[in-house]
Design a protein around this ligand. Sequence first.
Ligand SMILES: Cc1cc2nc3c(=O)[nH]c(=O)nc-3n(C[C@H](O)[C@H](O)[C@H](O)COP(=O)(O)O)c2cc1C
Length: 303
Amino acid sequence: MSMKASRILNKTSLFPGVPPVLPVVQASLGLCDGPRLAAAVSRAGGLGTLSVRNPAPAALRLRLRQIRAVTPRPVLLAFTAQWERDAVFDTAIAEGFRAFQVFWWNAPRLISRIRQAGGTVFCQVGTREEARDAIETGASVLIAQGTEAGGQVRSPRPVLELVRDLRDTFGSDIPIIAGGGFADAADGQAALAAGANAALFGTRFLLSEEANAATRDKARLLKASQADLRLDTRMIGDWPCAPRRCLYSRTNEDRPGLYAGLGVGRIQTLLPAADLVRRLAKAGATDAAAPTAASTDYTGGGS
Ligand SMILES: Cc1cc2nc3c(=O)[nH]c(=O)nc-3n(C[C@H](O)[C@H](O)[C@H](O)COP(=O)(O)O)c2cc1C
């Protein structure tokens, strides 16, 4: 990739009371993220995310302390679907974490608890209507997930179109992190040019050394192209009706390590997460075409 020397993008303030971060956010990857990945991303200056399902408080405390042993910088905790419990939230607050992501379901009670505790609510949304609901319920930061995204995706809208719409509709004050199908710095800068404050990378960080997926799954994704993906709409466990964009397999495997977004065909390297943050934050990336409505097949091959 040709980029102008080594200028780094400006840092951005996503929430009050914490230092600004590089505009590179590691997405919630469910079972595939973890303290190592989140800490490495935040330590390198981006914003890391740890997904929190329903651990026992002691197990969560251990994971949060593993992060704090590496970096004092902010890390986002992502509550996934309806699994959150009060004890989990109380543990996170007691350990000093103040930034929380919610996704997929309206969680007014959780959101009001986060705000009462002085926390910041990030909502991952896929439409203008969801964004409006999120803001009315108390979200301070929007994560605009485009339909190109990997893993759990329900947005019908291309990411850059969604960002422009959210920026026009909700004005300049609300921070927006945008992603879905992003593979490199040029994609991130297309999101910033469309009005986002930071870019979201899921699949790109899944293909990092620290991500918690089997080596053989990572190897399969590194060889995959967009045409190898499909949207799987089967029910899984206690998270019903959640289409997942993942690698097509004849045996219908459903492993998060095989989830990927439409940028997968442009990702060929497995790198340490800190290197990825540095690469993705390099300004002046001009060569890679950002995803556009005209160039991208949003249905994914094989679906
Ligand atoms: C392996 C994987 C697992 C994911 N699991 C979750 C999850 O548990 N909760 C969630 O909110 N989003 C999940 N997502 C969606 C991401 O948060 C994000 O929206 C998506 O990765 C962005 O698209 P990209 O992968 O093309 O960068 C997952 C994505 C991937 C790739």
